[in-house]
Design a protein around this ligand. Structure first.
Ligand code: MG
Length: 160
C-alpha cells in the first residue's frame, strides 16, 4: 500500500462573544476565534495534515484569508474540498489523531461528538479518528485563555 503521513498545526486568538467551532461542533457561544473563516483550529489542523500528506502545500495557499469567498466560511467546507481532492487522487484516510489545546471551555464532554463529525468528514468509521483535549497548564497565551490551538496527524493510503 502507498502510504502518506501528514502533520498540521493551527492557532487562533480568542475574543469575547460569537461562536466557537471545534471539529465542526459548536462548543461555546461566549468566546470565538479571531479569524477570516469560522476559525475552527481542529479542522484547520486536519486540512493542513491532509495537504502535508499529499505534498500540496498549506491551507493558506488553498484558501487565502484575503479571498472574500472564504469570509465567515464554515471550515468544514475546506475539509470537504480537500477530501474530495484526496479521493480523486485515489487515497483514503487510514487514521487521524487530533489534539486540541484550550483552557476553556472544558472539552471532555464534546470529544465524542467532535470525533463523530470529523470521522464523517474524513469518510471513515469513528474508530479511525482520535480526539484528544488538553490545556497548557496555565502557561502562555493558550493557558491564559487568550488563544487556542490544535495539532493533527493523518495517515493516508492508496490501495494495493
Ligand atoms: Mg486557522
Amino acid at each position: 500500500m502507498d502510504l502518506r503521513i501528514g502533520h498540521g498545526y493551527d492557532l487562533h486568538r480568542l475574543k469575547k462573544g460569537g461562536e466557537l467551532m471545534l471539529g465542526g461542533v459548536c462548543v461555546s457561544q461566549e468566546i470565538s476565534p479571531e479569524a477570516h473563516s469560522d476559525g475552527d483550529v481542529a479542522v484547520h489542523a486536519l486540512v493542513d495534515a491532509l495537504l502535508g500528506a499529499m505534498g500540496w502545500g498549506d491551507i493558506g495557499e488553498l484558501f487565502p484569508n484575503t479571498d472574500p469567498q472564504w469570509k465567515g466560511a464554515a471550515s468544514r467546507v475546506f475539509l470537504e474540498h480537500v477530501m474530495k481532492r484526496v479521493r480523486d487522487a485515489g487515497f483514503a484516510v487510514v487514521n487521524a489523531d487530533v489534539t486540541i489545546l484550550a483552557e476553556k471551555p472544558k472539552l471532555k464532554g464534546y470529544k465524542p461528538q467532535i470525533r463523530k463529525v470529523l470521522a464523517g468528514l474524513l469518510g471513515v468509521e469513528e474508530g479511525r479518528v482520535n480526539v484528544k483535549a488538553g490545556t497548557n497548564e496555565g502557561c502562555d497565551a493558550i493557558g491564559r485563555g487568550e488563544a487556542l490551538a490544535a495539532h493533527a496527524v493523518v495517515l493516508l493510503g492508496r490501495g494495493e
